[in-house]
Design a protein around this ligand. Sequence first.
Ligand SMILES: [Fe+2]
Length: 342
Amino acid sequence: MKKLVLYSLLSGLFFNFIYIAESEANQRSVNVYSFRHVELIKPLINEFTKQTGIKVNVVSGKADKLMQRLIQDGDNSFADVLLTVGAAKLDKAKQLKLIKPINSSILQANVPEDLRDPDNYWFALSLRVRAIFYAKDRVKPQLLPSYESLLNNRWLGKICSRTGNHFYNRTMVASFVYHYGEDWTKNWVQKFSENLAMRPNGNDRDQMRKVARGDCDIAIANSYYYGMLSSSVKQSDREVYQKLGIILPQNMKTGSHVNISGAALTSSAKNVDNAIKFIEFLTTKKAQKIYAYNNFEFPVRADIPAGNFIETWGKLNADTLSILHLSAYSKKAAEVISQSNW
Ligand SMILES: [Fe+2]
């Protein structure tokens, strides 16, 4: 029996958490490489094991590190399932032949067509919105209905954002290039960066903290971080949640930019049947609800409500049309961003 723990430690401390050690091709198990801390996906795993008796072994790490590990290990990889974020990253895994197609009528029925790879290499499991956040005591949300409204010069020196080159921002810009073309997007990026309060630094949650502190009035960040702040063990973070409002941009013809978290079967998978069962499970009603309630993400299934809590954030009009094009427009987006101070 080979031990994942030993293997991972010996070959470099890539992962921030190593969950379980198990056999390479155990009949009743499935090995998952996950971009997320096991704590976040634990409720999903527990439910799956309860329903099927199949044990789930998780190695968690950053998305790019997991991908590197899959490349390095090739056919010897232990991973059966890749759980990661970003349609472009999943497309990259497809191009690099790290994942293989799944022929599953369950997945085809549960995951809408614009949220899965056309050749069935990957399937979206949840949606995350690039949202606008504002200081409730200083900003009227009616003035910020859309991404375009961030360009108004009344917000000069008032907006906080992490660096434009981070893939959360880059893919949003890629969706703009796809929908509106290069000139429109160049103008958006230029004017947006002129309105920044400071040189971009920190992560998404830091931008919200800056708004709460009064360093700026508006931030852009991913929606689930707002949910995480609401239930943080730190009182200071819960206060950030109280001080900020969220806007799911509505007015542009395309609605809110969303990216996905998704799953794929690795090319090296040994536990193929269990892996497919696990991915199918993640699209069931029960699992989709867990994504909404525990991870503060929006379900991919139209028949699953987002739940009482995140529904208070407003009605989501998700731009799912650009998902399958984010990869193709990422390079152009990076080029446009590099010409600005963002
Ligand atoms: Fe994130």
